[in-house]
Structure formats: C-alpha cells, structure tokens
Design a protein around this ligand. Structure first.
Ligand code: ADP
Ligand code: MG
Length: 239
C-alpha cells in the first residue's frame, strides 16, 4: 500500500530523515516510537505530502508521488489525527465531521449527515452531535477528530501521538476507538508511547532515532529483547 524508499528530508541545513524506508501492507498496523525530535511526525507529514522531500521516493497504492500528484485526492485517502485535536471551534461535532465530505467530496448534506451520525455512534458520541468542542472533554474531542478523519473513507489512518495531550483518565477511551478501528481492518501508522496499545495492536514496532530506523520487529521482540543499546535506554526512560 505504501512504500517510502530512502527518503531524505531536511529543513534547510538540518537533516531530519536520512534514507528512511517504510513499506506497509494493506491492513497492517505499525507503531513508531522514538525520542522527541527523532523525526516521527515528519515521517507522517511526508506520507501525505504536508512536507516535500529532498531525496528518495514515496509511493501510495502503486503510484509514485511527484510534484504533479493531485494532493487533494491523495489526502482524501489518508486520514490524519494529531496530538492537538484541531477541531473547528465554532462548529459542532456534527459540523466538524461533515465539513470535508461537503466541501471536498461535494456530498449532499443529507448523505454527509447520515455518515456522520454513524461515525458518532462508532466513537460513542451520538449524544454529542450538536456540542461544540469547548463543551467536550479532550478525549471526546479527539474521538470527534477521529470520526472527522474517517468521514472521508480513508484507506489509511495516521495518528501522531493522539493521546499525549490528554489527561490520563481520558486516554483509554481514545485507544479503545483506535483498537476497534484496527480490528475492523484499517491500515494504521501510529506514533505513540502507549506500550499496551502497541503490544495489543501493532503488527510491527519501529524504533527510530535521529531520522533513521534503529530497529523494528514484532512488539514482543522490540519490548522484551531489543537488540540495540539506544532502544534499551529509550525503553528504560519511558517505562
Ligand atoms: P518527533 O515527532 O519525533 O518529535 P519531528 O518530526 O517533529 O520529531 O522533528 C524532527 C526534527 O525536525 C526536529 O529536530 C525538529 O526540530 C525539526 N523540525 C520539524 N519540523 C520543522 C520545521 N517545520 N522547520 C524546521 N525544523 C523542523
Ligand atoms: Mg512529533
């Protein structure tokens, strides 16, 4: 589904990704871990072309991304959820969810609302459809953000530390929605330090440091028997 080959990404003189490789199959769930500043968010941003790359190639569903790639149709297939929920503050939960289907897909309002209703049910927020973000807890806002991303029927979902900004007691409800999505077969790349989630959901865990993959493997292998000292010391610090 997705192939990143030898991707180089720099901000001016600062090299952030160096020869980064990531191949992803349909339905696969990958969790990326690594220290702050190691390039995790940049990987996600390169996938949907929020960042241009300086070297290497990225292909999505067999099509190599170039300057001529239609970004709008590419991004419609790639759902993204951020640490800060980034909901439109002046729109209700329902209005947040129908925005992209209405504007980007030119969907009829009734159809978009029907889809939004089902998605609100899926994330457990049917009773909050007319609430504004300020009336919702952080966990509820993040669940609306997930529903909003799903409203475009993406092929893949990218999550960038989706629970890092939440109070601890709200983390579980967001992870639960993500677990259900995984069980439904969604292809997912998740940057998170939630090791329980990684163990339960990830087919593969990637530990990256300074813009490269230090090691990767099944969660069991990475967590129980990391091969590299950098992985061991990182895991010691976050546990
Ligand atoms: P992580 O998500 O692992 O914490 P990031 O991908 O956000 O790491 O950042 C990797 C490196 O790239 C950091 O050194 C960061 O300062 C730098 N960086 C990220 N975005 C920008 C930007 N827009 N301009 C300049 N430097 C950036
Ligand atoms: Mg980040």
């Amino acid at each position: 589904m997705l192939e990143m080959d030898k991707v180089d990404k720099a901000f001016g003189p600062v090299e952030v990704l160096r020869g980064f490789d990531l191949h992803l199959h349909y339905g696969e769930k990958v969790v990326i871990i690594g220290p702050s500043g190691s390039g995790k968010s940049t990987v996600l941003r390169c996938i949907n072309r929020l960042e241009p790359i300086q070297g290497g190639t990225i292909s999505f569903e067999g099509e190599t991304l170039t300057a001529r790639t239609n970004l709008c149709s590419l991004r419609a297939k790639i759902g993204m959820v951020f640490q800060r929920f980034n909901l439109f503050p002046h729109k209700t939960a329902l209005e947040n969810i129908i925005e992209a289907p209405l504007i980007v897909k030119k969907m009829a309002r009734g159809d978009a609302e029907a889809i939004a209703g089902r998605l609100l049910e899926q994330v457990g927020l049917s009773d909050k459809r007319d609430s504004y973000p300020r009336e919702l807890s952080g966990g509820q806002q993040q669940r609306v953000a997930i529903a909003r991303a799903l409203a475009m029927s993406p092929k893949i979902m990218l999550f960038d530390e989706p629970t890092s900004a939440l109070d601890p007691e709200l983390v579980g409800e967001v992870l639960q929605v993500m677990k259900e999505l995984a069980a439904d077969g969604m292809t997912m790349v998740v940057v998170t330090h939630e090791m329980g989630f990684a163990r339960e959901v990830a087919d593969r865990v990637i530990f990256m440091d300074q813009g490269t993959i230090v090691e990767e493997g099944p969660p069991q292998a990475i967590f129980e028997a990391p091969a590299h000292e950098r992985t061991k010391s990182f895991l010691r610090r976050i546990r």
